[in-house]
Design a protein around this ligand. Structure first.
Ligand code: SF4
Length: 453
C-alpha cells in the first residue's frame, strides 16, 4: 500500500480570518487519485483546520460563528525584515508546528506529499511545511502546486524545496506523474472542463459546517488588478443539472446547511445558470443558507435576481463596487457604473434584504487611488447605509497593474514576493500616508459599527 499525504499549509500574515476557505483544488485531486489509483492510502493534514477535536481541545481561540466562519488559532512570529516599518504584528495562522509534526509522524513515512498554496506572499508557510516534511522524511517526494507557483513558478521552483512544482491546474497532469513515480494507475481520464471532474473529496475533512461551491470558473471581465484571467483564462459555466446533482449529494451525504459560492462571476448569465439552479432546488425542497464572500456583480442585480436570491436564503452578500468615484470606474471597475450600485441596493432592499447584510467592497491602496478617492468612495457608499469592507490592493504577478508598477520602478520583478502582501503594499508602496490609513480606517470602522447595529 502506497501513501499520499495532502497538505494545506499555514498562513503567515498580519491578519487572516477564515471566510469559509477550503483547499478545494487539493480535494479535487484527492478524488481523482482515489478514483484512479490502486493500492493507495490518502491522508489529509489541514494546517488551517479549526474544527477537529484535537484542535479544539488543545488550542485556545474563539468559537466559530453559527455559519462556520471564524478566527484561526494564531501565534505571533518574528516579522521579516522587509516589514520592519509596518506597525502591525505578524503571525502564523493555523495549528502549531508541534501538531503538524505529530500528525505527520502519526501517518508515518509517505511516498508522496502534495502541498497546496494560495497567496504568493504566504509562501513562508508553504516553504516551512515542505522544510519540516523534508527533515522528517528526506527520501519522500514533495510536490507543490496551487495559486502561488502558478503565478510565481520560477521563484517557487528555486526556493520552495519541493521536488516538483506544478504550474497551473493539476487535474490532468497528476495521474501521468504518479504513474511515472510507480503508482498503479487504473486509468488516465482527460478532464475537458469542470463538469467532468469528480466532486472534491470533502470526506477527508474533519467536519462539514459549510462547503465551498462553484457554478463557474473564470470571469468574462478583465480588471487590471485581478489574477482570474491568468489562473482561469476561459470563463466556463457549469451545467445546471450537474450543479443540482452535486448540491443534492452534499445535502444527502453531509447534511450541509451552508453553501459558500466562490465563483468570480456568479451572476453572469444568471438566467441560464444560477436562477434555474435556485428554482430547481426550491422545487425539490432542498434548502441551504447561501453566502457570497467573493463579491457579486452589482450590475446584474435586477429585481428578479434580488427576489430569487432573497427567497433562496442568501444570508451573506458581498457587493463588488471597488470604487465610488466616477472618474476612476472605467479604469478600476469596468464592470459597473455607480448608478448600477444604487439600483442594486434599491432592488435588494425592496426584495427584503436588510441594509446591514449588504456589505460592500471598496478598493484600498490601489496605485491610482489617493486618500481623497477612498474618502469619496466611503462618502458615496455611506449614503446607502450599508457596511463597507476594504479590499486591499495587492500587486499580483502577471496582472496589468503589477506590470505597470514594475515598469514604473515602484516594485522590482526580483523583489521578495512578500512585498505583494496587501497590508505591506498599502503601508510601503501605495499613495497613502500612515496617518491617512489610520484616519480612513477609523472613520469606516465607526461607520460600520453604526450601520451594523
Ligand atoms: S470582475 Fe472580479 S473576477 Fe472579474 S476580472 Fe474583475 S475583479 Fe476579477
Amino acid at each position: 500500500m502506497r501513501k499520499i499525504v495532502l497538505i494545506n499549509p499555514w498562513i503567515y500574515d498580519f491578519t487572516a480570518y477564515d471566510l469559509w476557505a477550503r483547499p478545494v483544488g487539493l480535494l479535487y485531486l484527492a478524488s481523482i487519485i482515489k478514483n484512479n489509483i490502486e493500492d493507495k492510502e490518502i491522508h489529509f493534514i489541514d494546517c488551517l483546520d479549526r474544527f477537529s477535536e484535537d484542535v479544539r481541545k488543545k488550542l485556545k481561540f474563539p468559537p466559530s460563528k453559527e455559519d462556520g466562519r471564524g478566527k484561526f488559532y494564531k501565534e505571533r512570529i518574528k516579522k521579516p525584515e522587509i516589514f520592519s516599518d509596518i506597525p502591525r504584528f505578524y503571525s502564523r495562522y493555523g495549528i502549531t508546528e508541534d501538531m503538524f509534526i505529530e500528525r505527520l509522524l502519526k501517518i508515518g513515512k509517505a511516498d508522496l506529499y502534495l502541498v497546496t498554496s494560495t497567496m504568493t506572499y504566504w509562501y513562508p508557510g508553504v516553504h516551512r511545511a515542505i522544510e519540516i516534511i523534508k527533515k522528517l522524511f528526506p527520501e519522500s517526494q514533495v510536490w507543490m502546486g496551487g495559486i502561488y507557483p502558478s503565478l510565481l513558478y520560477e521563484f517557487a521552483k528555486k526556493n520552495s524545496g519541493a521536488d516538483f512544482v506544478f504550474k497551473g491546474r493539476a487535474e490532468n497532469s497528476i495521474l501521468p506523474l504518479l504513474k511515472k513515480l510507480g503508482f498503479k494507475v487504473k486509468e488516465i481520464p482527460v478532464f475537458k472542463n469542470m463538469d467532468e471532474l469528480p466532486y472534491p473529496d470533502y470526506s477527508l475533512q474533519s467536519r462539514h459546517p459549510y462547503l465551498p461551491f462553484m457554478t463557474s470558473i473564470g470571469c468574462p471581465y478583465r480588471c487590471p488588478y485581478c489574477a482570474t484571467k491568468i489562473l482561469s483564462p476561459r470563463f466556463f459555466q457549469r451545467d445546471v443539472k450537474n450543479l443540482f446533482n452535486e448540491l443534492s449529494y452534499y445535502k444527502e451525504v453531509y447534511g450541509i446547511e451552508h453553501i459558500v459560492f466562490y465563483d468570480d462571476a456568479l451572476l453572469i448569465n444568471k438566467r441560464r445558470r444560477l436562477l434555474p439552479l435556485l428554482n430547481t432546488l426550491k422545487k425539490n425542497s432542498i434548502n441551504f443558507s447561501f453566502h457570497t464572500p467573493n463579491g457579486i456583480h452589482v450590475k446584474e442585480i435586477d429585481r428578479e435576481t434580488a427576489d430569487a436570491i432573497f427567497e433562496s436564503n442568501f444570508k451573506t452578500l458581498r457587493l463588488s463596487l471597488e470604487i465610488g468615484v466616477e472618474k476612476l470606474t472605467d479604469k478600476l471597475a469596468p464592470k459597473l457604473k455607480l448608478k448600477d450600485f444604487e439600483k442594486a441596493i434599491v432592488n435588494l432592499i425592496n426584495s427584503g434584504f436588510k441594509r446591514k447584510q449588504l456589505e460592500t467592497y471598496i478598493l484600498f491602496g490601489h496605485p491610482l487611488q489617493k486618500a481623497q478617492d477612498i474618502r469619496d468612495s466611503f462618502k458615496f457608499v455611506s449614503q446607502f447605509e450599508v457596511p463597507i469592507s476594504f479590499s486591499y490592493f495587492s500587486p499580483i504577478p502577471g496582472t496589468e497593474d503589477y506590470n505597470g508598477l514594475v515598469e514604473k520602478g515602484v516594485i522590482r520583478e526580483d523583489e521578495d514576493p512578500l512585498i505583494q502582501n496587501k497590508i505591506a503594499f498599502v503601508y510601503l508602496k501605495s499613495n497613502l500616508k500612515m496617518e491617512e490609513i489610520k484616519e480612513i480606517k477609523e472613520a469606516v470602522s465607526q461607520y460600520n459599527t453604526k450601520v451594523k447595529s
